[in-house]
Design a protein around this ligand. Structure first.
Ligand code: ZN
Length: 396
């Protein structure tokens, strides 16, 4: 919600008036000086929308405020041009409405455009989110990263490396939405207050690493892709893409990282395929490259890549991981009931590369059980299991 600054008002006053943490208001207006607000400047109040209200017979601004438990001054602020003594029946005024429900509905086929629409909604409601596109997929879709928080320690999560594992994207988006709601409504999640997390950590999320692949699994063969024939060929002529893991040109993005990539190249398919082809060389694909670049630029304290399925937390890579990785994995396991697993015979994954390059904790978490793509019937259960991990990632 945007309001126009009045004479004598301050961010502090708006924080009191709307009961929104001061820091969130300041961070929602990065281009506005906190020292002296200029009268007439439009500023963002996070967590609020304006709702039109038609004046009923006998309504006064006071009665509306009392009835709806809104501060009278908030009504005056939102409706600067009306005369509070002369409300006319049938006229429309704006009421401030505090958003208490999520806009993200994760329990649906969550394609790229659904994610983009939700990112736009979240950005409008919570302008203290920082959003950037860190690159583009083969088909030109933006790889969006969202950041929440002001802490110097940056913890990163990502999802949908593998196309058929797309349920990891709405899980991340839903957590972000719940975190934002708890921050603006000063609510707890599982008894934990969120404000200290906002101050002490910065959460970085790249919810969809492989948007072309996700859309292929959800919608089938793209209409205008130059890869149409090639995609069909890689899928052995079938138009059922439900088992597709790779990006749109048949490279497995989680077999792309320079961490003993040669071992995977020797034993995996040596040509583009729906799954497991490590590519012609490490980081040959724009998606894996963009995430590597983001990681190089960001000095992440730790990273979590969400996949499906197996209810497992992979946490080690050839003992490059620092000692504290084990205790973090144990806490993730405690709160999710997933099984921690230090070693698996696998190389060239994002987590492997992260631990090898920085000697910091990295995790591959396999959400849910059964076969991918997982049914949305598992969505609630997976969300509850991963919620503990998201929270632990903020308090550890
Ligand atoms: Zn996977």
């Amino acid at each position: 919600m945007k309001i126009d600054v009045r004479e004598g008002d301050s961010f502090w006053y708006y924080s009191q008036l709307f009961n929104i943490p001061l820091q969130l208001i300041i961070d929602s207006n990065p281009d506005v000086s906190t020292q002296q607000l200029m009268v007439g400047t439009a500023i963002n109040i996070p967590g609020f929308i304006k709702r039109p209200h038609t004046v009923d017979p006998g309504d006064t601004l006071w009665s509306i405020a009392t009835h709806r438990r809104i501060a009278l001054d908030a009504l005056l602020l939102l409706n600067p041009d009306i005369n509070p003594r002369k409300l006319k029946e049938g006229m429309t005024i704006d009421l401030p409405y505090k958003v208490t429900k999520p806009v993200v509905n994760g329990k649906q086929s969550y394609d790229f455009s659904t994610m983009v629409r939700d990112i736009k909604r979240l950005m409008a409601l919570y302008p203290f989110i920082r959003q950037q596109s860190v690159g583009r997929s083969v088909e030109g879709k933006s790889l969006y990263e969202l950041r929440v928080g002001q802490g110097s320690q940056v913890v990163h999560v990502n999802g949908s490396f593998h196309a058929r594992e797309w349920i990891s994207t709405p899980i991340i988006m839903a957590f972000l939405n719940d975190y934002l709601l708890a921050l603006t409504n000063r609510e707890t999640i599982r008894g934990l207050s969120m404000a200290p997390f906002y101050d002490n950590k910065t959460l970085s999320a790249l919810p969809m690493v492989n948007p072309d692949g996700v859309d292929l699994v959800i919608h089938g063969l793209p209409q205008n892709s130059e890869y149409r024939e090639h995609i069909l060929e890689m899928n052995n002529g079938s138009t059922d893409f439900s088992q597709w893991k790779a990006n749109i040109r048949g490279v497995d993005l989680n077999n792309q990282y320079p961490a003993n990539w040669d071992i995977e190249a020797d034993r995996k398919p040596n040509h583009p395929a729906s799954a497991n082809y490590p590519g012609p060389q490490p980081l040959s694909e724009p998606e894996s490259q963009s995430l590597a670049q983001l990681t190089d630029d960001s000095s992440f304290e730790r990273v979590i890549a969400f996949h499906t399925q197996g209810e497992v937390i992979y946490w080690g890579y050839l003992e490059y991981e620092p000692p504290e990785t084990e205790s973090i994995a144990q806490e993730f396991a405690r709160v999710s009931n997933y099984e921690p697993d230090q070693n698996v015979d696998s190389h060239a994954g994002y987590k492997d590369w992260f631990e090898m390059k920085w000697q910091r904790p990295g995790f591959t978490i396999e959400l849910g059980s059964g076969t991918s793509p997982l049914s949305l019937n598992q969505y609630e259960e997976i969300y509850q299991e991963s919620l503990g991990v998201f929270l632990a990632n903020l308090y550890l």
